[in-house]
Design a protein around this ligand. Structure first.
Ligand code: AMP
Length: 283
């Protein structure tokens, strides 16, 4: 496994692989790798001949006052995990490699970035789309892998790729969960054991929602009230949003008839946690 810290070095490694006719897969991450990231790497390894993982805590997707400084950066452990997972190259640039000076060019996806996390994290998706566009330009993968865990991010990236005719495919992989149902996340490290137990209520509220939709409840208001009730059982959970939106447009849905995304964001102690499910009421 190679570790590239410069744009030139990762480009030349990928170019050599492409010259050998290899299909290139990219897994963009912010490091602090866990089994969720590994599932993306495994999907890439299954479908591609050369797997690149980027590890970069992207400052432009953090709002002022968020956890940019304290975000975990266990690079050595991450590299070991990548090595064991059979990654070909890790691209781990310093911040000034990606942003050598003031950045004046940004990629913005409209509409889809307004609801859900876009509302509470202004500028977040502009940072996400810009770093992904940069990584796609630097690595030039055939396929890039994202997690359903960050559902809005995956939808926004897919739209950016479609609208800007970027020559790659986006694959979205299922959310990996702990036995309790808690979605695995680098930010779970901020939680105590008790808080992790409490956080499992997020998944429970989503499962209840799925059950209600699948047994014929169509009023979003009724489902949202039930979910809020479940989350309020844990006093330390502060709900940022619970939303039922159209799975493609992310517009709010009142009567559930087709495919919806049910998304939750909460604050729990030191962490902001998000989770979601896709439910198809038409099935
Ligand atoms: P991050 O390092 O948090 O920016 O995440 C990098 C990629 O891993 C993103 O595409 C995430 O959606 C994905 N990811 C994070 N957690 C999980 C999880 N529990 N299951 C599946 N994918 C995940």
């Amino acid at each position: 496994m190679e570790v590239a810290e410069t744009i030139e070095s990762v480009r030349s490694l990928v170019r050599a692989a492409r010259d050998e006719g290899k299909k290139i897969g990219l897994v963009p991450t912010m490091g602090a790798l866990h089994i969720g990231h590994i599932s993306l790497i495994e999907a890439a390894a299954k479908n591609c001949d050369f797997v690149a993982v980027s590890i970069f805590v992207n400052p432009t997707q953090f709002s002022p006052g968020e956890d940019l400084e304290k975000y975990p950066r266990p690079l050595e452990a991450d590299l070991e995990m990548c090595q064991r997972a059979g990654v070909d190259v890790v691209f781990a640039p310093a911040s000034d490699v990606i942003y050598p000076g003031e950045n004046l060019t940004w990629v913005t996806v409209e509409k889809l970035t307004e609801p859900l996390c876009g509302r509470s994290r202004p500028g977040h998706f502009r940072g996400v789309t810009t770093i992904c566009a940069k990584l796609f330009n630097i690595v030039a993968p055939d396929v890039a892998y994202f997690g359903q865990k960050d559902a809005q991010q995956a939808i926004v990236i897919k739209r950016m790729v479609a609208d800007l005719n970027m020559p790659l495919e986006i694959v979205v992989c299922p959310t990996v969960r702990e036995a309790s149902g808690l979605a695995v996340s680098s930010r779970n490290q901020y939680l105590s054991e008790q808080q992790k137990e409490d956080a499992a209520k997020i998944c429970q509220s989503l499962q209840d929602c799925r059950r209600m939709i699948e047994t014929g409840t169509t009023e979003a208001r009724q489902i949202l009230a039930r979910m809020r009730e479940i989350l309020q059982q844990i006093r330390s959970i502060e709900v940022e949003y619970i939303s039922i939106v159209d799975a493609e447009t992310l517009e709010s849905v009142e009567r559930i008839t087709g495919k919806v995304l049910v998304a939750v964001a909460v604050k729990l102690g030191p962490a902001r946690l998000i989770d979601n499910i896709l439910v198809d009421a038409g099935r």
